[in-house]
Design a protein around this ligand. Sequence first.
Ligand SMILES: Nc1nc2c(c(=O)[nH]1)N[C@H]1C(S)=C(S)[C@@H](COP(=O)(O)O)O[C@H]1N2
Ligand SMILES: [Mo]
Length: 459
Amino acid sequence: MAQIQAQPAPASQERGRLRKAPEHFLDATGVRTVFAEGRQGRRNFIRSAFAAAMAGSAASHAAAQARDTGDGDPAILNLPVHSTGLGQPVATDGYGRPSQYEGNVQRRQSPGLTQTNQASVSFAPLQSLFGIVTPSGLHFERHHQGWWDVDPAQHRLMINGMVKTSKVFTMDEIMRLPSVSRFHFIECGANTAVDWGNVAVPTCQYTHGMLSCSEFTGVPLITLLEHAGADLKAAKFVLAEGADGSSMTRTIPMSLVTSGQVLVAYGQNGEMLRPENGYPLRLVVPGVQGVSWVKYLRRIELGDQPWASKDEAIHYIDLMPDGQHRQYTSIQECKSVITTPSGGQVLLDKGFYNITGLAWSGRGKVKRVDVSVDGGRNWRTARLETPVLDKCLTRFNLDWVWDGKPTIVQSRAMDETGYVQPSYKQLRAVRGTRSIYHNNAIQSWLVQENGEVKNVQIA
Ligand SMILES: Nc1nc2c(c(=O)[nH]1)N[C@H]1C(S)=C(S)[C@@H](COP(=O)(O)O)O[C@H]1N2
Ligand SMILES: [Mo]
């Protein structure tokens, strides 16, 4: 059976692939098969794909037979220590850790990006993740002025501007209010930025890894504004300000707030926010680029026009082909990426593979993802795995039998507004080549004859 290696340090990735035994595939298929012949047909397809893969290689055929009969495979014949000895007692450090064999799954800093002392980025290892939730310890980070572990007892949130009375909340007061929990993605506006100019970025961790998805828990901002007696008729915008040295300030349209979507969040994936993600309080602005998700949130001001703060007048603007800048471009448009096979991975053999990836849209739910395995000539509709949620990562999967020849794999997402993810050609026709932010073009991965997967761009 063909397996996939990840580079660098392939061991853990390979183990991950081996966990998917054939029967497991069959059990997990279910709900949304796109094959006209239905579930049974798909079973047959997978079975014959495996048979083809086995027939393809005499060596792997022998190995598979040895595994099936237990004949000669020491991993079957010899009882390991963990089957005969006494295991560990309950973990005593009070907070669990991943397996020692998963040490390669880490957020990483891009070797290609200039790191100033504390203005930094780490990327989430998308190629190693399953489902849609990013484990908190692997959430990407973007700090304009370093991160802090802020004492919640000292932390305050002030609400001022167009309100009856300015109000200051303690964390205890905020956490007594009615809360909601919602799954949303957060994507830095600069995700995939380097690919505007070139394709030197080797892996999907670095091309798309300023993207994460969590269950956030907190209080809708509108609840706090009502407490302060906000003038919801006159106020058109809120300004959100962080308590770190970057003086992060962002204007957010009131319509997003009154719809109840914007949260003042303290929870992430069932526990308090991590310090690097804004502990004890951050703004959650679903669908909007990461920079507006102000961390260490300390102040909300209501006003009737945008503030044009440094983070929206000088930074986070897009240079257009006509020499003008686009400003206040906050929504993250529909986008997707195949995470396996992706740059840096190696397909060890021809045969069956589960193509898998992530799709998302700042305008709502993902409606459809099409996948091409021939450089964009033909497209097949992938299975969207449940749940498919509003402004949230959506996992897609597609069965594929690789014939061993060089080819290009791509995914193209569509959201519920009918918007379709553009090609680089379409994107550059409108936006030129000198933007940094909001690159949502279709990603192409070249699978080479030796199985190595590379980042390429198709005009
Ligand atoms: N206070 C504060 N908030 C901030 C930032 C920051 O540097 N300081 N960085 C912003 C940017 S540019 C992004 S992309 C997201 C990153 O969130 P994360 O570090 O939790 O992934 O936080 C935003 N909020
Ligand atoms: Mo960002």
